[in-house]
Structures are given as C-alpha cells and as structure tokens.
Design a protein around this ligand. Structure first.
Ligand code: G3H
Ligand code: 13P
Ligand code: ZN
Length: 309
C-alpha cells in the first residue's frame, strides 16, 4: 500500500467519534515503535515530521523509513509536515512525497494567514496532497519558537467559517487551552470545550486538529526524576479530556512530548541500572519497546482508533 492522505481516515473518525493519532517522528526507533504498536492493534496512523526533525534526520531518510514501515505493516499511513512555516517548506515536502502538510499561519494577522494558507492549498491540491491550517495560537515551544502564555490566544469561532471557505483547507487546528511541551498547565488542567462545541456547530462534519495533546504521562516523568532528571511540575492534558475531544469534532490528536518522555525515561533508567553498557542497541531497544507500549495505550484507551485501519 502506498502512503495515503488523511481524507478517508478523518471521514471515518468523525462519523465513528474517535481520533487518529499523529505522532512526531525523528529516527528509526521512534518510527518502528509507533508502527509496530499500530500494527498490533490494526490502527490507521499519521506520522508527522517537523522542520526540526527534517533538519535532524534528513528528508530522504525519514521518507524511506516511513516507506519501510508501510512495507512491514501494510497499514494506511499518512506522512504529514508538522508546523510548516512557509510556502517553500510545504512545497518541498509535497514535491518530496508527503501526502499531507500543515501550513501554520496562526501567528499572522487573519487576512495574511488566509493568503498564505490558500497559496499552499492551491499547490497541494493540484498534487493530490491535503492541508491542515491553524487559527488561534497555542502557548509553548515549537522548534525554536517559544510562545508565551500572554501571546497565546483561543481560536475565535466567529472566524472559522470564513477561514475554511476562503482557504479550502482540509482540516483545522484550533487553540482551546492545550500547549506544546511538557509544562502545559500550572494549576488545574482546563480545556475550552465550549469553543470546540461552537466550532463544531459552525463547521459540521469538518475535521478539527488538537495540537499540544500529550498527557505528559506521570509514569515517565517519575522515571526521569527518579533516575537523575529534573522535571518538577511537568503536566499534560488528562486523558479523559482527550477522549472527550476525540468523541467530538477532533479527528487528529498530536503527540510528541509523550514519545520523548517514554524514550528518555527508559534510557535514563537503563543507564542507571547498567552504567558500564555502551552498545546503543542495548538502550535504544528498550526505548523503542517503551514507545510501542505507550502508543498502543494511546490508540486503545485514548484515541479509540484500534481496529479501524
Ligand atoms: O509542535 C512541535 C512538535 O513537538 C515538534 O517539535 O519542532 O522540536 O521537532 P520540534
Ligand atoms: P505535545 O508537545 O503535547 O506532544 O504536542 C505535539 C504537537 O502538537 C506537535 O505538533
Ligand atoms: Zn503542534
């Protein structure tokens, strides 16, 4: 099976009241852990690559690794650019075999966001590629950009119909209180489901995307802290909130930090217990297994897309 777009996945997810996991990938072990998990529970997948991941691992390596995962698993997999920040970057990914791109114009004034997003949509659609746009600004860290809480802004439901109509985007990322990274909430976790509900009313049947959706799983934060790390106050989105979002219009849930934590916690533990080992396979193997178990848990207990491939 070749790479697929997310069109069919989102249609089924919307109707079935579940969500597809969009997991960030940076190397072979991460790709293997995620795709082995999805295969075991027969789940469709979105594997997403940030500009930073592309810089780190190289476009061609990542595409070939994802193609290898398709050959090994036979799963429907969509390869997506995460947080594209320019037409040129999106074009390069479209020309280089991605089946989906995000153009993130969320930091731009409304009209400029529309203009840039439409430019990407026109090119992408002419090549059979789908596009995710963004309205509203999440707090947190992406690549080198750190959006402070003061600069974050919830999505304004009054803008969504015009944005979708004028740009032609295939899905829309919104800001309802999630944020990127491992420190999402200082106090109690709170998401604006009222905004999501209002957007759902205005865009019936239209797939919504939730970024910053790691739950910052306490077991891995504890592991990191126990074995020499220091992450006091790390906190994510409670999984019951993610389940609720998945049962609403949210069809794509983005997870990166939970992968990082599972990998780093496992490697820290490994070295604490085996200080003289130095063969990378000895510590990357358990890290890959931890990713696999974590992703399986997300698919089955949070996203609800098991059995939907
Ligand atoms: O939203 C950001 C993702 O977690 C990707 O992070 O840009 O550091 O690869 P990155
Ligand atoms: P987390 O940092 O919550 O994993 O969010 C990832 C994300 O939104 C990638 O675009
Ligand atoms: Zn994001």
């Amino acid at each position: 099976m070749p790479l697929v777009t997310s069109t069919e996945m989102f249609k089924k997810a919307y109707e079935g009241k579940y969500a597809i996991g969009a997991f960030n990938v940076n190397n072979m072990e991460i790709i293997q852990g995620i795709t082995e998990a999805a295969k075991e529970v027969n789940a469709p997948l979105i594997l997403q690559v940030s500009a930073g991941a592309r810089k780190y691992a190289n476009h061609t390596y990542l595409v070939k690794l994802v193609e290898a995962a398709i050959e090994e698993t036979g799963l429907p997999i969509c390869l997506h650019l995460d947080h594209g920040d320019s037409f040129e970057l999106c074009k390069s990914c479209i020309d280089g075999g991605f089946t989906s791109v995000m153009i993130d114009g969320s930091h731009l004034p409304f009209e400029e966001n529309i203009k840039l997003t439409k430019q990407v949509v026109d090119y992408a659609h002419s090549k059979g590629v789908v596009v995710e746009g963004e309205l509203g600004r999440l707090a947190g860290i992406e690549d080198d950009v750190n959006v402070s809480e003061a600069d974050a802004a919830y999505t304004d439901p009054n803008q969504v119909e015009e944005f979708v109509a004028k740009t032609g985007v295939d899905s829309l990322a919104i800001a309802i209180g999630t944020s990127h990274g491992a420190y999402k909430f200082k106090g109690e976790a709170k998401l604006r489901f009222d905004i999501l509900e209002e957007i759902e009313k205005r865009l019936p049947g239209f797939p919504i995307v939730l970024h910053g959706a790691s739950s910052v799983m306490p077991e891995y934060v504890e592991m990191i802290n126990k074995f020499g790390g220091n992450m006091p106050g790390a906190k994510g989105v409670p999984e019951d909130m993610l389940r609720k979002a998945a049962s609403m219009a949210v069809c794509k849930i983005n997870i990166d930090s939970d992968l990082r934590l599972a990998m780093t916690g496992t490697i820290r533990k490994y070295f604490a217990e085996n200080p003289s080992h130095f063969d990378p396979r000895q510590y990357l193997g358990p890290a890959r297994s931890a990713i696999k178990e974590m992703v399986k848990h997300k698919i089955v207990n949070v996203l609800g897309c098991d059995g939907k491939a």
